[in-house]
Design a protein. Sequence first.
Length: 221
Amino acid sequence: MISRRKARGCLALRATHFNTDRKGNMSYAIIGFGAIGQALARMFARKGIEVAVASRHPPEALAPQATAIGPTIVPKTLKDALEADIVLLAVPYWQHQEVAKTRASWKGKIVIDVTNTLDDLGALPSSSVIARALPGAQLVKAFNHLPARVLAEDPAVNGGRRVVFLSSDDESPIATVAALVEQLGYAPVNLGKIAEGGQLVQARNGVWGPLIFQDLFKNGQ
């Protein structure tokens, strides 16, 4: 059961059960170390999971804040961080092209798009634009619908788990990202393809989708 906190009305959503056995020895990186990137880093630190962090600044510039968050937060150069199996893209939307140029090939990478924009993209979802800039990457939209201050909070509240919405045009990375979401303590909910259910957590014609900024919880396990 999914409940809504600090909001009026209700939403009829059904949490999808994922097989989250595939954790393995995946490596992770957060690209962008502003408010959102640091909130994501706190998720990993809370669970003692190592994650690389990188931005346009050198690693030593990120070190003080990374150290303050926790010992599993490892500053790296952008190039080195992008060697990770799963990359969380947490830069301002317009910077995605700069990140895209850092690698000659994105084949085999899972990229979690955490960006948001109200820019006019010709009716295209912003994640579709980013996917085109990262040819070969398996892109999943996730973690973008909550503000940084909420992402930084413990996802377990009153016996429930905070919901994280997932959408992708590629089915294969969904289970892997859902496993990470579970490992971080959240409840994954699959919205389907980016241009379909995924539109609920993106903007269109300068208007946010209805699930943006909705703080929802799944009760029970």
